[in-house]
Design a binder for this molecule. Structure first.
Ligand code: NDP
Length: 258
């Protein structure tokens, strides 16, 4: 048996949401390096086309498409187009997510609450249901959701009820879909990252007091890097994790140990 062959994604088609930068872009690089043809999608069309051109210039098998995951009809249109052109859907990475700024729960507007749930939870479900149908029909597939340590614990001193609730729901949705689809060849897992050095965190990262609190709460005493999350995504996407489904892999430098 070759253990390294389990990481070989040659001939597979992978779709990544929110792929224009950050964790999503790193996931595309990892999946492509393992041999997959990667469809990079993002809300921001110019950003994802630029990111895609950057990878393509290095010889990567990638293509770009604009996609708002909260737009159910757009998700279905993109899926149908990709299936018609590629004939298969092997891997879906549900990475698109937003945090918005801290908001005390008692002054949370309907719009802020609904916006975060609409992208982080509803969008993830629209993509999973749509792409999951093709995977079920084929009898194989792997879906990787991006949850968060915020799905397990409430980070002090954040006021992020909308974000925390959405990520806890992502973890439980991961387990629900995994249980429903396990016997039909489709695996569903999640990664739960700690603070990763991306634009999503820019406001807090640049606040010295908040930054010190993050580091102080992390046993490894540092932020994570996007490649460290992408490595876990690759593992869950490929056959190296063939017995894993419904798992939430914590990529958090020990944050949730304390
Ligand atoms: P970034 O903000 O760097 O990247 C997210 C990308 O998703 C952006 O390009 C963003 O576009 C896009 N996006 C936003 N809304 C939508 C939408 N409706 N449809 C499609 N794409 C959209 O974030 P990260 O890379 O840091 O985060 C990626 C995932 O990891 C998220 O789910 C996040 O919650 C999760 N995560 C991140 C952590 C961190 O510390 N960074 C920790 C734990 C989890 P735009 O800029 O236009 O909004």
């Amino acid at each position: 048996m070759s253990y390294l062959k389990k990481y070989d994604l040659t001939g597979k088609v992978a779709v990544v949401t929110g792929a224009g930068r950050g964790i999503g872009l790193a996931a595309c690089e990892a999946l492509e390096e393992a041999g997959a043809h990667v469809v990079m999608t993002d809300l921001d069309e110019e950003r994802v086309r630029t990111a895609c051109a950057g990878l393509a210039a290095r010889g990567a098998r990638v293509e770009a498409a604009q996609l708002d995951v909260a737009d159910r009809a757009a998700v279905e249109r993109l899926h149908d187009d990709l299936l018609a052109r590629h004939g298969r859907m092997d891997i879906l990475v549900n990475n698109a997510g937003i945090a918005l700024s801290n908001t005390p729960a008692e002054t949370m507007t309907d719009e802020r609450w609904l916006k975060v749930l609409d992208v982080n939870l509803n969008g993830l479900f629209w993509c999973s249901r749509t792409f999951g149908r093709s995977m079920l029909a084929a009898g194989s597939g792997s879906i990787v959701n991006i949850g968060s340590m915020s799905g397990f614990i409430v980070n002090k001193p954040q006021e992020q009820a909308h974000y925390n609730a959405s990520k806890a729901a992502v973890h439980h949705l991961t387990k629900s879909l995994a249980a429903e689809w396990a016997s039909r060849g489709v695996r569903v897992n999640a990664v739960a990252p700690t603070y990763i050095d991306t634009e999503l965190n820019a406001l807090v990262r640049d606040d010295p007091a908040m930054y010190a609190a993050w580091i102080g709460n992390t046993p490894m005493a540092r932020l994570g890097r996007v490649d460290e999350v992408a490595s876990a995504i690759l593992f869950l996407a490929c056959d190296a994790s063939s017995l894993l489904t419904g798992s939430i892999v914590q990529v958090d430098g020990g944050y949730t140990c304390w």
